[in-house]
Design a protein around this ligand. Structure first.
Ligand code: ADP
Ligand code: MG
Length: 222
């Protein structure tokens, strides 16, 4: 579902990042770890097709990203990728339901209130549909952002530092919610984190081994 080959990204006036190759199967979980600044968020942006690699290539959800022109890339991303950003970027002026409706509109999906209800129910936040983001707790806001991310039932879910600034119990909830959502949808899940607690929150697979693939990035020099 995610294959990268000699992937690299060189920020103009910034570091030259090189990433180890990965091959992540459909429905699998990838833990992308490493210290702050090692390139996790950049890797997510590459996999989401938000930035083009300066070297190497990648195939995500059977799409070779280099082949896509910008408009097609936007359409592809709207269908294939569910992004849970580190900063949730819920619109403060809109209700929870309106935030999800705006996401449908922005991604070119047909307006579908039934699907919005279903996503809010799946994440246990249907009672909050008429609230504004300022009236949500941090955990509730993250659930709403995850509902928004999976509205179009993407094949790949990318979560950037989903446990940042959460206490142990809330961090366990957040990871459990991501795993359950990905499993229900049959989606591939990537959790990018520098939080050492996360690995222990992913249960072992059926073979008793780690239930996830792990890609550890190291800090690169400029
Ligand atoms: P992580 O998510 O692992 O903390 P990032 O992918 O955000 O790492 O950043 C990787 C490296 O690229 C860091 O050294 C960071 O300072 C640098 N970087 C990130 N964004 C930019 C940018 N827009 N311009 C220049 N350098 C950047
Ligand atoms: Mg980051």
């Amino acid at each position: 579902m995610i294959q990268t080959l000699q992937l690299g990204y060189h920020y103009p006036n910034g570091p030259r990042l090189e990433f180890p190759d990965v091959d992540v199967a459909q429905g699998a979980v990838l833990l992308l770890s490493g210290p702050s600044g090692c390139g996790k968020s950049t890797w997510l942006a590459l996999v989401a097709g938000l930035v083009a690699p300066t070297s190497g290539s990648l195939t995500v959800a059977r799409q070779a990203l280099a082949a896509l022109k910008p408009v097609a890339a936007d359409a592809w991303r709207a269908r294939a990728i569910g992004f849970l950003p580190q900063k949730l970027h819920l619109s403060a002026a809109l209700t929870v339901a309106q935030n999800l409706a705006m996401a449908q509109w922005a991604s070119g999906q047909p307006q579908d209130p039934a699907r919005i209800d279903a996503a809010l129910i799946a994440l246990g936040v249907q009672d909050l549909a008429q609230r504004k983001p300022a009236q949500l707790s941090g955990g509730q806001a993250q659930r709403v952002a995850l509902a928004r991310a999976v509205l179009a039932q993407p094949r790949v879910i990318l979560a950037d530092e989903p446990t940042a600034s959460l206490d142990d119990e809330a961090a366990a909830d957040a990871v459990g919610l991501l795993l359950a959502t990905a499993r229900t949808q049959g989606a591939t899940l990537v959790i990018a984190t520098h939080d050492a607690r996360v690995a222990a929150l992913i249960p072992p697979g059926t073979d008793g081994q780690n239930g996830f693939q792990s890609l550890k990035l190291l800090r690169k020099q400029l």
